[in-house]
Design a protein around this ligand. Structure first.
Ligand SMILES: *[C@@H]1O[C@H](CO)[C@@H](O)[C@H](O)[C@H]1NC(C)=O
Length: 231
């Protein structure tokens, strides 16, 4: 639209083009501000014996948190997580030196791992509960289980349940969203800069069109007189 308007000097086409571009730029700015505003709060917390971070829902707030923890949305999100086999993908094995059998990685190795927010929040009980590690997604209640956190009772060794009902899982999803929305926002800012440059160029073409139209209408005498721009 912009090229045709500029090349064939169709002022109305350029006008429409500039108007649409203006709306797109405003919408993009609104979306960038929105994406930063709703992902404003929350980050993971260090664990005592693990390298990975753990996530708490109470660290998050605002529209996105309410949206994710809403019962209706959460049932969809958690069934997606379950069907994506996020947690079974965590499996790592080692060979037991004594028996030569393939066994799950040791608890020491597990705590040295970097877990994604979803793996940390959804696939294992919060470490403050004191469950005993068997494998990544199997934790037994030893003697020292503390039920200080509702998530501790929500944890299930049923491989289809795990911690998908836990608040830590919702917080893990929020942390992932925050991360990916921030990345998308950076791409959007680059696109915004490009659009603004294109818009400015189109504005110049528009002014040029108008000036040439005026020259044709009023003759050569007005050639040097520039009109104030509305662009
Ligand atoms: C942990 O062990 C259980 C029971 O043997 C198994 O169903 C599950 O897949 C294992 N989890 C991982 C991540 O290997």
């Amino acid at each position: 639209m912009g090229f045709v308007g500029a090349c064939y000097r169709q002022t109305w086409l350029l006008q429409l083009y500039l108007f649409v571009m203006f709306l797109v730029i405003v919408a993009l700015i609104c979306f960038i501000v929105f994406a930063f505003a709703v992902t404003d709060h929350g980050r993971g917390q260090a664990t005592i014996n693990g390298v990975f971070l753990e996530y708490q829902l109470s660290d998050y707030s605002g529209w996105l948190k309410n949206r994710v923890s809403d019962r209706k949305y959460w049932s969809k999100i958690s069934s997606c997580l379950r069907d994506a086999h996020v947690c079974s993908g965590m499996r790592r094995t080692a060979r037991d030196p004594a028996t030569g059998m393939i066994v799950p990685e040791s608890v020491g190795m597990f705590y040295q791992r970097q877990l994604s927010p979803i793996e940390s929040g959804c696939c294992k009980p919060p470490s403050s509960c004191g469950y005993t590690y068997v494998n990544e997604t199997l934790w037994t209640a030893g003697t020292a289980v503390v039920l200080n956190d509702a998530d501790c009772t929500r944890w299930s060794n049923d491989q289809r349940q795990l911690c998908y009902r836990c608040n830590s899982c919702k917080a893990g999803v929020l942390a992932t969203l925050r991360h990916s929305w921030r990345k998308v926002s950076i791409i959007n800012i680059v696109i915004l800069i490009v659009l603004v440059i294109v818009y400015v160029v189109a504005c110049a073409a528009f002014r040029n069109n108008k000036r040439m139209d005026n020259n044709e209408a009023y003759g050569e005498a007005r050639m040097t007189k520039s009109r104030p721009s509305s662009c």
